[in-house]
Design a protein around this ligand. Structure first.
Ligand code: FAD
Length: 317
């Protein structure tokens, strides 16, 4: 069976960059596994068409260290950049291939959910944190399934929509949807504390001109089906009826996957890793959002990748 120098699990920005950096820095046999039908499932799923993509996302300035020349752009230009980088490299891509576990033997045994086995000397896990969107603590009525969303992929126009959340995704959803919908944006705190300055000013501007209605400092107690529409019971006793509710509450860490790979976890449920993003298992690295304690960004993932591959390369010399 072929032994790869490097296997990368997850074909988002951090995984693609890991594979690209590996080929640039001279690792010869590199395989990239992505469970989606193409790379960058998170970007394809959660970014609206033509979404602005910021390099210094959430206002965090990052100097890129590696060979992926990512800059401010759009969803489309970002996907084109990754297409071009994969196309120009000798990476073996396995799209539509979900990895079930990485067994911490040397070489590593990488098992797909359909039972195939691959071997690699080093492995980067870059599976992101968006696999499972966080859900509210209250039960969501099953009859309202088509009226409750965790992204804005299938949301159309001319609806009354409640966007729930306090981060940049929620702010961007509210902004996009307000183009052709009546949007109320609700957050349980009085002020936005997790939104970058650009998004905050956009939201305030849109609230000021009446394009977005803000409902801050109020929690939601639950949702009910009111004749096929969504009745939202707020903690201040008010009930409002919406055509649709969109939640943007972040993503849960794919803990089970990390546990199956025998990666030690900290109290916050995130992987423990060293300055090179190497976990307790020598040769097994984490990159991207899964290796970020708060938030995460494309640029941060690209730098993780460069650091990891430089470390693998140095260890081989
Ligand atoms: C609405 C929204 C707007 C954003 N805007 C920006 C922005 O403007 N600028 C910015 O820098 N960041 C932005 N971000 C954040 C950015 O998208 C993430 O930080 C980035 O995508 C993380 O990259 P990643 O490679 O770590 O993970 P991801 O992009 O989540 O990629 C992980 C990949 O792994 C795959 N995968 C998961 N499990 C498996 C498995 N078991 N086997 C195989 N494949 C698997 C997934 O399908 C996915 O393709 C935004 C996020 C959201 C949700």
């Amino acid at each position: 069976m072929k032994l790869y120098d490097l296997a990368v699990v997850g074909g988002g920005p951090a995984g693609i960059a890991s594979a690209v950096e590996a080929t640039v820095l001279g690792l010869e046999n590199v395989v990239l596994f992505e469970k989606g039908a193409n790379h960058s499932t998170t970007i394809r799923t959660y970014y609206k068409d033509n979404k602005r993509v910021d390099k210094d996302w959430r206002g965090t300035k990052i100097t890129l260290e590696g060979h992926v020349h990512f800059m401010d752009g759009t969803k489309e230009s970002t996907l084109e950049l990754f297409d071009a980088m994969i196309g120009a490299s000798a990476i073996k891509t396995c799209f539509g291939t979900e990895i079930a576990e990485v067994l911490p033997n040397r070489p590593f045994e990488i098992r797909t959910t359909s039972g195939d086995l691959y071997l690699a000397s080093s492995v980067v896990i870059a599976i992101g944190s968006m696999g499972k969107p966080n859900k509210p603590s209250y039960a969501l009525p099953t009859t309202l399934q088509t009226r409750i969303n965790f992204n804005i992929d299938s949301v159309g126009c001319n609806e009354t929509i409640l966007v729930v959340g306090g981060g940049d995704s929620a702010a961007e959803y509210a902004h996009f949807l307000s183009d052709c919908n009546a949007v109320t944006f609700t957050y349980r705190r009085e002020k936005f504390t997790r939104v970058n300055p650009v998004n905050e000013s956009i939201i305030k501007h849109h609230a000021g001109i009446g394009k977005i209605r803000l409902k801050l400092g109020i929690d939601i107690n639950g949702l009910r089906d009111e004749g096929g529409l969504v009745a939202v019971d707020f903690s201040n006793g008010e009930t409002e009826i919406y055509d649709r509710v969109v939640y943007a509450l972040g993503g849960a860490m794919p803990l089970d996957f990390l546990r199956r790979c025998k990666i030690a976890l900290a109290d916050d449920g995130k992987a423990i890793y060293d300055e090179n993003y190497q976990t307790n298992v020598a040769g097994l690295y984490v990159a991207g959002d899964i290796a970020t304690r708060i938030g995460g960004s494309i640029a941060a993932g690209l730098n993780h990748a460069y650091k990891i591959i430089s470390h693998i390369k140095a260890a081989k010399q």
